[in-house]
Structures are given as C-alpha cells and as structure tokens.
Design a protein around this ligand. Structure first.
Ligand SMILES: [Zn+2]
Length: 507
C-alpha cells in the first residue's frame, strides 16, 4: 500500500466524520426534520468495507516504524468499528423508531415511552412509581430480541471475518487495557467504600422514602435524586453566563473562541439536552444546549463544555488522526468530568451561583452521594459486562448475573429485564471508570497546587490547555504519571468520597 492510498483513507475518515457529525447535529438542534446517516455511509462505502480494512491491516503488519505503526493501528480499529456498525445499523434504527413511537398506558392515561423516566422522577406516590416501572419494562422486553441480535451479529463478524473469538480480548487489544487489572483496582474501591456507602445511602433512603436500602427498586433512586427544591439555585438564564465566568476564572475567554460555536437558540424541534459535536477539531466544535434550568441541566452542560474545551484547544498542526481518534473515550471523559463536577463543588456554588454557604454544602453532599451511587453502579456494570461476554447467549444466566451484580453494588434492586438494555457497547463503562480514576487525580493535583478555588486561577487554564493541546495523543495512564500518580491508583478516588463525612453534618 502506498502512502498516497493511506492518506486518501485518512482524508476519507476526515470527510465522513465531518459529514456524520454535521448530519446528526443538524437533526438534534432542530435545523433538519430527519436524520439520514445511512445515505452518508453509502457515500463512503469505499471506506468502511472489508477491502479497505484488509489493506490497512497489511500495511500495519508490515510497518516497522513504531510511530507509523501506531497511526495505522488507530486507523484500522476506527474503520473496523465503522464496518461493524454498518452491519447492525438497520436493527439499531428499528429500535430507535420503535421506542420513539411507543406509547404506554398508565392508570388510564396514554404516555410516550420516552417520558416515563421523567415521570418516575417526579411521581411522589411510591406505588405509582412501581406501576410506571412495570410498564416501562414491558417496552424494554419487546426490544430485547433485537438487542441480542445486534450482539450476536457483532460477535459473529468479529470472529468469522476477523478472527477475534473473545470480545474482551478484542477490546483489550484495541483499547490497550488490561480489564482484569482495572477490575481488581476497582474492587479495592468497592471494598474500602462499602461501609461508608451503606451508612450514608441507607440514611438517605430512610429519610427520603421511609424505606430500607436493599429492599427497594432502582427506579426509586431517580425520584430521590431529582431534588426539585434546588432548582431555584440553577436558573436557566444564568447558565451560559456561569460558564463564561467560570472559564474566565481559568483565564479562558469563551467569547474569543470563535472555533467553539455556542448554540443556545430555542428552536421547537431542538433536543434540550446539552451535547458537544467536534466535526473537525480544533477548527469546528459545537457546544449545544436549550437551557431549561435545574441542577441536571447545569451538570450536563458543564460535562459537554469539558469535551468542547478539550477538542477546541487541540493543537491545529497535530496529525489529524491524533486530533480525533483516541484508543478509547477514557481520555476526553476526564475533562468532561472535571467540568461537570464543578457543579458539586461547594465553593464554586457560592462563588458562581451565589448559593448560601450552608445550602451549597447540602447540595454538594447529595450530589456527591448520587455520584457515589453512580460510580458503584458503573463498577458493577463493568463486572457484569465482562461476565456477560464469557457466555453471551445464555439469557437466563445473564439476567440473574445482571440483577445480582448491580443490586449488591448499589443496594437498589435491578430488574432482570434490563440485562441487555443497560449495557454500553465496547465496554464504554470501563472508559468512564478510567476517566473517574484519572479525574480524581487531576482535581486533587489542581487543588494541591492552586487551592480549593483552583477554578479561579488563570494558571489552571494554562495547565489544562497544555493537556488539551495534545488531543488524543495520551492515554489516561500517561496523564496520571505526568502528575506523579501511579496509573489505576484508586486512592485519590476513594478520598473524593471519604470527604462526604465532613459534609455530612450539613445534610
Ligand atoms: Zn462525555
């Protein structure tokens, strides 16, 4: 394979990525009535096919220069993922359409399936929440055969066409991650935080619901976690201004970032939830939201702002592959978590939103406890997913495993019907968990260098911009080492939660 051929393929990745990101953005922000990714993929069928994959694979195998080899490696897995996705795109579309149009009956009322999660989180009646959950699971059960079919097809493509007989081995090779090592480190986190979690979560459950942890379904957590009484501190019209002031504190002027397009416009068909698109980093990045206010809205926006700053600050002259193609999503999620977790920092709540100090500590306590739940849930998810792929087609076994793993880690009972619906492809859960570990190190590092109000120091902006400028070059474990931490050390993460004891008196 000649260099020209390889560069044609890189250009194809650039152009198709740009077209796909733009198409989904336009649909999502309400500037297009429907989304047509299939036509774009058809246009690039010369790229996402077996022949191209084979030529890249051959070039990779015969390449001796380590730098070139790494570049080809990233190209290969990117195209392979794209190829596998085109194989199952039709079934995915079918699930999306089915769920979009599913309407259920709750106590004589017709409700769209997509509204059910919100309905549960706002329903004060315990028994009615149970009824909504039952109906919800009925819809999930109808999509499970299609979800299993996607998994079956993907595994078959990987084994029959590429010789990967173990899903875990494939992801381990592609993401360069030892899942057993990660799992054993996370087990340390689980064991060392077990008592603290049981005590604090048990107290919250009994205070909020008059029930006991271990005896109620996971959907009741959505209700506990909603906390509408805090909405007043997170007004919708202050969201963008708060972002502007936060970044200004770090010495970053968002008004000068003409490459990060801020879309806050209110269009009827726009999905209100925050999202970031990076069709061509750093030249074109979009940070999108239709503010509705409330803590959730702020969390989601700051999360996406972290991605936008990461991709918007990538060095312009970096090789395209290292701007866009990471070995996993673990790296960019460090920066989204760093920004998102500001909204549970009591000092930030006082400084940026004028929340009274006592209230700020109370909000912080409950957000942190919710995060504790979420983190333990993700650890259980990864454990479950790794077990799932040891025997993917045994549904009965996997339903039981799902319920056992998630319920014992969180103390909330998980329904077996969600065993395949509540699963991220490619062990995305592990990407998040690596980001969780590294973000805790990064935040601790920033705090030790710049104090509790690190977000108000322009040197932090400089520090972060240096990291962001390297795009997707580094792995999380490189970032950890750079700050003097041992990769996968969960102690900084554990410290983030032992802090809950200090905030406890404010709860
Ligand atoms: Zn993210």
């Amino acid at each position: 394979m000649t260099n020209t051929q390889i560069e044609d393929i890189v250009k194809g990745i650039h152009d198709s990525t740009y077209d796909i990101e733009t198409e989904s953005r336009l649909a999502r922000v309400g500037l297009k009535d429907s989304q047509d990714i299939a036509s774009i993929l058809a246009k690039y069928s010369w790229l996402y096919n077996l022949e191209t994959l084979e030529t890249i694979r051959e070039a990779y195998d015969s390449e001796t220069d380590p730098k070139q080899k790494e570049r080809l490696r990233r190209i290969y897995y990117y195209l392979l993922d794209g190829y596998i996705e085109t194989q199952t795109a039709e079934i995915e579309d079918r699930i999306v359409s089915f769920e979009m149009n599913a309407v259920v009956n709750i106590d004589g009322q017709e409700v769209p399936y997509h509204n059910l999660h919100k309905l549960i989180s706002e329903e004060p009646d315990y028994d009615k929440r149970d009824r909504i959950r039952e109906v919800m699971l009925g819809v999930v059960e109808q999509t499970n055969p299609d979800r299993m079919e996607i998994i079956r097809k993907r595994l078959q493509t990987l084994s029959d066409e590429f010789g990967y007989y173990s899903y875990t081995a494939y992801n381990s090779e592609k993401k360069r991650l030892d899942y057993d090592l990660l799992r054993s480190q996370l087990q340390t986190f689980m064991t060392e935080t077990e008592d603290l979690y049981r005590e604090l979560m048990g107290e919250w459950v009994s205070k909020a619901l008059g029930r006991r942890l271990g005896e109620i379904g996971s959907h009741h957590f959505a209700y506990m976690d909603r906390k509408p009484e805090y909405d007043q501190y997170f007004p919708k019209d202050k969201l963008v201004e708060t972002y502007r002031r936060t970044m200004a504190g770090m010495g970053i002027n968002v008004d000068e970032q003409s490459n990060i397009h801020l879309d806050t416009e209110d269009r009827p068909k726009k999905n209100p939830r925050a999202v970031c698109y990076a069709p061509d980093p750093p030249f074109e990045v979009h940070l999108v939201i239709k503010p509705i206010g409330g803590m959730d809205d702020y969390d989601a926006f700051f999360h996406e702002a972290g991605h936008a700053q990461h991709y918007g600050n990538v060095r312009a002259d970096l090789d395209y592959i290292y701007k866009v193609i990471g070995t996993s999503y673990a790296l960019t999620e460090i920066y989204s978590f760093l920004m998102e977790f500001l909204t549970m920092n009591p000092n930030w709540l006082v400084d940026m939103l004028g929340v009274p100090e006592d209230k700020a500590k109370e909000i912080s306590y409950y957000s942190k406890l919710s995060e504790f739940f979420l983190l333990r849930r993700y650890i259980a998810k990864l454990n479950y997913e790794l077990l799932f792929f040891e025997n993917p087609m045994d549904e009965h076994r996997n339903m039981q495993l799902y319920t056992n793993e998630l319920s014992s880690a969180t103390g909330f009972i998980y329904p077996p019907q969600n065993f395949v619906n509540d699963m991220d492809s490619g062990y995305y859960s592990a990407d998040y968990l690596r980001a969780w570990i590294t973000e805790a190190m990064l935040r601790e590092h920033l705090q030790s260098l710049y104090g509790d109000r690190w977000y108000s120091n322009p040197d932090v902006g400089k520090f972060l911009k240096d990291l962001w400028s390297t795009g997707e070059t580094m792995e999380n474990e490189d970032v950890a080492r750079q700050m003097g931490y041992a990769p996968f050390d969960v102690q900084p993460l554990i410290r983030q939660f032992t802090m809950l004891k200090d905030l406890h008196s404010n709860a």
